[in-house]
Ligand binder design. Structure first.
Ligand SMILES: Nc1nc2c(ncn2[C@@H]2O[C@H](COP(=O)(O)OP(=O)(O)OP(=O)(O)O)[C@@H](O)[C@H]2O)c(=O)[nH]1
Ligand SMILES: [Zn+2]
Length: 455
């Protein structure tokens, strides 16, 4: 287990970043840089919906990197409690050698490669020594200090492990992380591949002391205790096998050349944000980060939207007016969409379900056209309610007015920052024409969504 041999991951890493504890980044330069990014996207920075976005983004970034301004050893010190071990007999228990594990700590970190947040499930184990144990919450607090920085999964595991080793001075300490990174589709293709995986997953581990030997029985004890929680330990990767590019942004293609000037300005803005947060933009892992972030952001550029509709222009199709007698309900469910929250510049993504009426036996609109409409309204700075309304109005203008649209989405801004409501999901509904008065039709459509999601 190569990661476990890395002696250089000492607590000095905490000091490796050039900031002082207690230092608070100035938000104004970050806000100015965010304005440059919004303008680069073709947005009017005085528009009501995004007027406060620079301040929100600056606040989120400062919160998300607050770990640079915290010291792990300050957290552990003062929470070490004397706890007697076994006085006699054979074995390990209590304060001398009994394994202690805290599982399923939910953390969020920022990917140093693309600046998008990633989700972490963290498991920490240690073997106490010196007849003292540490307050359990401190394991989580220490992990959070390192998560709230720009990170890579393996480095995060190593830093948490080293800091705990240094702070607690245990016989051994181990950290296992299961990380999830949002995986945007290749937007240059102009359509969404139905087999696209929404997440990239990686598991990593790190160990000190007893855990430095990957074959030690203490590792199998730790992993057995993780198995109680259903974790497939066989899939845990170590530093040796970690792909250098777990972040999907590293494999996306280059920007179109005509945007070079604009992209340079936006790159410079992101570089200045990194500096304001106390990072060193010339650190080798960060050198291309501004460019990767800008490249991703430009997917939501306003001017690009017409192209993304694949030549389909709203209102060109003949309106279709089925008479209610012969009409039957049609539905297209689970149309994938990806969008950018205009409040925080963080992604939200999910599915759109569309129902409408048409004459029995006819199929007036192909799924691919509905996908294009969803795509069109998704790839811009959005709020979910507006996306829902825009999709419903567009479909209604094409298909004669009786339309129901349900959007289900997960918002990174609700999950990875602020309130941190992991697993939360938002559903919005628009009812036009007959669907607003005909409860039976509406319920039939809602039931069809339920049937597909349970099947
Ligand atoms: N209605 C709606 N709200 C959204 C959407 N995306 C993000 N938001 C919310 O926008 C709001 C912005 O609130 P503010 O108080 O201005 O910003 P904030 O301080 O970052 O808010 P918190 O998220 O509570 O930390 C938050 O409540 C977000 O949850 C969306 O698609 N629709
Ligand atoms: Zn990334």
């Amino acid at each position: 287990m190569g990661a476990l041999d890395e002696g250089h991951f000492s607590v000095e890493l905490e000091d490796g970043v050039n900031v002082e504890v207690g230092f608070e980044p100035e938000t104004l330069p970050i806000e100015e840089a965010v304005k440059v990014l919004l303008q680069g996207l073709g947005e009017d920075i005085n528009r009501e919906g995004i007027r406060k976005t620079p301040a929100r983004v600056a606040k989120a970034l400062c919160e998300g990197t607050r770990g640079y301004r915290q010291k792990a050893k300050d957290i552990v010190q003062g929470a070490l409690f004397p706890e007697a071990g076994l006085d006699e007999g054979v074995g390990h228990a209590g304060g001398v050698g009994g394994l202690v594990i805290v599982r399923d700590l939910d953390l969020f970190s920022y990917c140093e490669s693309c600046l998008l947040p990633f989700q972490v499930k963290c498991h920490v184990g240690y073997v106490p020594s010196g007849q003292q144990v540490v307050g359990l919450s401190k394991l989580s607090r220490v992990a959070d200090v390192f998560a709230k920085r720009l990170q890579d999964p393996q480095r995060l595991a190593d830093e948490v492990c080293s800091a705990l080793n240094h702070g607690i001075k245990p016989t051994g300490v181990a950290v296992v992380l299961q990380c999830l990174h949002i995986h945007f589709p290749n937007l240059e293709l102009g359509f969404l591949d139905s087999t696209h995986q929404e997440w990239v997953k990686v598991s990593v581990c790190s160990g000190k002391g007893l855990f430095e030997n990957s074959k030690a029985t203490i590792w199998s004890d730790f992993l057995s205790l993780l198995k109680f929680r259903g974790m497939n330990v066989e899939k845990t990767r170590t530093k040796d096998s970690t792909s250098p590019c777990w972040c999907p942004s590293q494999s996306s293609s280059a920007l179109i050349p005509c945007k070079i000037e604009l992209v340079h300005q936006m790159d410079a803005a992101v570089t200045s944000i990194l500096k304001s947060l106390g990072e060193d933009p010339s650190r080798k892992e960060l050198v291309r980060t501004p460019n990767r972030y800008v490249r991703w952001l430009m997917n939501f550029e306003k001017a690009n939207l017409e192209l993304k509709l694949n030549g389909f222009v709203c209102g060109k199709m003949d309106p279709f007016h089925p008479s209610c007698n012969e009409a039957e309900m049609q539905s297209e469910l689970n149309l994938a969409f990806w969008s950018l929250c205009e409040h925080h510049l963080l992604p939200f993504h999910g599915v759109v379900h569309i129902g409408y009426f048409c004459t029995k036996g006819t199929n007036p609109i192909a799924r691919s056209i509905l996908e294009s409409i969803v795509h069109f309204y998704g790839f811009k700075l959005q709020v979910q309610e507006r996306l829902t309304r825009q999709v419903s109005e567009t479909v209604s203008s094409l298909l004669g007015g009786d339309v129901i649209v349900v959007v289900e989405a997960s918002h990174s801004c609700m999950v990875s920052r602020g309130i941190e409501k992991l697993g939360s999901n938002t559903a919005t509904m628009a009812l036009l024409g007959r669907f607003s008065t005909d409860a039976a039709a509406k319920n039939m459509f809602l039931q069809s969504i339920q049937n597909t999601s349970t099947s």
